[in-house]
Ligand binder design. Structure first.
Ligand code: GDP
Length: 360
């Protein structure tokens, strides 16, 4: 499964957030195929459509999609040159599919800041710089090698040009995710060279409770990282929310002017950043969301349930959640002529409720 690596400087609230994330593992442990590791937090993707489907189909249980977060300890200044846990840190980042930086915005004299002051912009730059330096080191070896190869083999030339373009972006202090596309860098090709800053970034700003509703502050912080996504939360509050009933949690959140928890927002943003989407299945046993990549066809989607479903794919019977929600039953959707039989080239759409027909 795709994972999001959580990074951050010491004392920004990373462990606190991660503890809140891993409290969800109890839920994930009910998953048939899930293996839970101690440094992985599996968070359900909130999806009210599943509740409605369970009502329509009388499902015994609901299984939402999940997003996995990995705790990547050990970033400090100098990580790129192997200081501290540097090498292990870089290896862990390499394995993650997206990078989520926790950034401290809360003020608390009892919690020491590694650089002596609360400075979100500076903290973001510190981490970017380590990753950029690591990428520049990678390119220091790759560029001369590609240059040599491109003199022998003409078709290596684009890879060489791409590496040089990436180097230029990085030398300006910009990550490839933020500045690569605009400079004409092929991010997929750069990623295959092992360049870390091609990975999507998301930012979690850890705010104090009384900062949560400060929209000016939020906009200022959001502007620091735009167009990357930002989530605002209070890590301690997220921990507390995990111990409450849904009703109690919502009441507390609303008292801070929020409609959903920071973890729910993070799950949604993370899922989207990874380029994922879901389709839905429903029946008396369960209503369930299945994770696929955006753009996948019906047979690929079927393969997520079982590889045999993909191999023996015949048709997908598809109804849209909106129709089902409006008409209230599968029978009404069918008699209204709104059930579709889709073939192997059908590209899955968000909100598809599907039953696959497959041969043995
Ligand atoms: P880490 O080093 O980034 O993993 O940070 P921790 O999660 O261990 O947090 C460091 C300290 O900051 C702990 O004493 C936490 O209780 C405290 N802390 C974490 N989040 C917040 C917050 O949102 N507000 C305040 N005031 N303290 C926090």
């Amino acid at each position: 499964a795709l994972t999001i690596g959580i990074v951050g400087l010491p004392n920004v609230g990373k462990s606190t957030l991660f503890n809140a994330l891993t409290k969800n593992n109890v839920l994930a442990a009910n998953y048939p195929f899930a293996t839970i590791e101690p440094n992985v937090g599996v968070v359900p993707l909130p999806d009210p459509r599943l509740t409605r489907l369970a009502e329509i189909f009388g499902s015994e249980r609901i299984l939402p999609a999940t997003v996995s977060f990995v705790d990547i300890a050990g970033i400090v200044k100098g990580a790129s040159v192997g200081e501290g846990l540097g090498n292990k840190f870089l290896a862990n980042i390499r394995e993650a599919d997206a990078i989520c930086q926790v950034v401290r915005a809360f003020e608390d004299d009892d919690v020491v800041h590694v650089d002596g002051k609360v400075d979100p912009a500076g903290d973001i730059e510190t981490i970017h710089t380590e990753l950029i330096l690591a990428d520049l080191q990678t390119l220091e070896k790759a560029v001369p090698r590609l240059e040599k190869e491109s003199k022998i083999k003409k078709d290596v030339r684009p890879a060489y040009d791409n590496a040089v373009a990436a180097q230029r972006v990085l030398e300006e202090g910009t990550t490839l995710y933020a500045g690569g596309a605009a400079a004409g860098v092929d991010l997929a090709a750069a990623s295959s060279l092992g360049l870390l800053t091609t990975k999507p970034f998301i930012y979690v700003f850890n705010l104090d409770e009384d900062q949560l509703a400060e929209s000016d502050l939020r906009e200022k912080l959001r502007a620091l990282v735009a167009p990357a996504d930002a989530v605002f939360l209070n890590a301690k509050l997220e921990m507390d929310l995990m111990d409450m009933s849904d009703e109690e949690a919502l009441e507390l959140l609303q008292s801070f002017g929020a409609e959903e928890s920071g973890l729910d927002q993070l799950a949604r943003v993370g899922f989207h950043t990874l380029g994922l989407q879901t389709y839905l299945t429903a029946g008396p046993k369960e209503s369930r969301a299945w994770t696929i990549r955006q753009g996948w066809t019906a047979p690929q989607a079927a393969g997520v349930i079982h590889t045999d479903f993909q191999k023996g794919f015949i048709k997908a019977e598809v109804v849209s959640f909106a129709d089902l929600d409006e008409l209230g039953s599968m029978a009404s959707v069918k008699s209204a002529g709104k059930a579709r039989l889709e073939g192997k080239d059908y590209v899955m759409q968000d909100g598809d409720v599907v039953e696959f027909r497959h041969g043995g």
